[in-house]
Design a protein. Structure first.
Length: 105
């Protein structure tokens, strides 16, 4: 039960931090967009500045979610490995000493 609660807390933290990463990214892009409009009057200048910044923000946000998905996959694989190991140990404990000895040889 504790393992499930830990997984739920971890997932909630991922969602919470992911939400804030996206919101902060949108706010930063909006600030840069407004600053670029105020500073430059040519659309090409504004597009160049905002495009460069959104590329950077998109890369950082994408990397954040890539790491989160990778760590979620790792946690799932480790949990499944542990469950399989526990099943194998339970099955092995049911063997008679004679059968266990013949399997090990």
């Amino acid at each position: 039960m504790t393992n499930i609660n830990t997984m739920n807390q971890t997932d909630k933290m991922r969602i919470k931090y992911g939400f804030w990463v996206i919101i902060i990214g949108f706010i930063l892009v909006t600030i840069v967009f407004i600053a670029a409009i105020v500073k430059w009057s040519e659309a090409s200048d504004v597009t160049a500045v905002v495009g460069a910044f959104t590329g950077l923000v998109g890369t950082v946000v994408g990397a954040f979610f890539g790491v989160q998905i990778g760590s979620a996959g790792k946690e799932k694989a480790e949990r499944e490995r542990k469950e399989a190991e526990e099943k194998a140990l339970r099955m092995a404990s049911l063997l008679s000493p004679k059968d266990a000895k013949s399997i090990l040889e």
